[in-house]
Design a protein around this ligand. Structure first.
Ligand SMILES: [Mg+2]
Length: 310
């Protein structure tokens, strides 16, 4: 094997306001930033899990990092067993860091909104795609309220919260409204109703986390931090016709930089879901700018970022 060593730092980040997900309310998340050294090169990666997604826990990743005792090759072989997809993604970032650190491009970013007022503000900032979270209490009028105040494309995300009757109503609405791109995860993961809804304008998020999981002949949302090894992900992507939407899961600047780089390798990708900055208490872990374009931080001083994590 190729040798190498690593260090890691585990940090807790508190949300300013709790984030509501399909799996409940989240007040804070733990992240692990890894610094790897091999062949005279330094790379960074981040373990960033998210409730409701079938990856290992931060605890399990921490345990693997402790037990490999700084031996990078040993850690890589543990992660490659594929039951540690968040760790495998972080190690992919470490391995590709020399390219990731150079990424300074800009990608269209969908703006997250809660209703018409928000939509006006995000559209004024320049977002051409907006995303609205919907729940069992909402009907299509919630989406119309957003469509009425801007001229771009709308995505809906139910986070698996609907029953089959509501999912059917929404799917009909989405298919009849050209400016709605898709509805994301209308039903819970594994729900038998997906077969009858069909894939047209129905995207999977929670149901899909890594290549080799559920196959879906429609759009899928990929969170690079949860998707396992990035080389395998790129090979899977290259063989797939349907759209892939890249999405953040509240990473620090290290995880965000890597995920943006990965999304940038997919030409013609639809707007990415990276409107996640500014959600945490000011802890200095976010370094990118928010806005309608998600930009990479080329030439950033990542060593300093690392030191400031301590
Ligand atoms: Mg989603």
């Amino acid at each position: 094997m190729r040798g190498g060593n690593y260090e890691f730092r585990r940090i807790r980040r508190r949300f300013r306001r709790p984030v509501v997900t399909g799996g409940g309310t989240v007040d804070a998340v733990d992240r692990i930033v890894i610094r790897a050294h091999r062949d005279g090169e330094t790379g960074y990666g981040e373990v960033a899990t998210w409730p409701g997604f079938p990856t290992e826990t931060v605890e399990a990743a921490t345990e693997a990092l402790r037990s490999a005792q700084g031996d990078l090759s040993l850690l890589e072989s543990k992660a490659a067993a594929r039951d540690l997809p968040a760790l495998a993604a972080a190690l992919s970032s470490c391995r590709h860091w020399s390219e990731i650190a150079k990424y300074g491009g800009a990608l269209d970013c969908a703006g997250l909104v809660t209703g018409g007022e928000d939509a006006r503000a995000k559209a004024a900032l320049g977002h051409r795609t907006l995303k609205l979270k919907i729940g069992p209490a909402d009907g299509p009028e919630a989406a119309r309220a957003v469509l009425d105040v801007f001229t771009g494309t709308l995505r809906l995300d139910a986070n698996g919260s609907l029953d089959l009757a509501a999912a059917r109503t929404w799917t009909e609405f989405v298919r009849s409204e050209p400016r709605v791109e898709f509805i994301e995860q209308p039903l819970p993961p594994g729900h038998a109703g997906y077969a009858s809804l069909g894939p047209e304008k129905v995207a999977l998020d929670e149901s899909f986390s890594a290549p080799g999981g559920a196959e879906w002949p429609g759009p899928v949302v990929v969170k690079p931090s949860l998707a396992g090894d990035w080389d395998a992900l790129r090979a899977w992507r290259a063989a797939r016709q349907e759209p892939v939407i890249y999405s953040s899961c509240f990473e620090t600047a290290v995880g965000r930089q890597g995920a943006l780089w990965l999304a940038s390798l997919d030409p013609g990708t639809p707007a990415i879901g990276f409107d996640t900055l500014g959600r945490f208490e000011l802890d200095g872990r976010d370094r990118h700018e928010s806005g309608p374009l998600a930009r990479g931080l080329a030439g950033y001083d990542w060593e300093r970022f690392w030191e400031e994590l301590a």
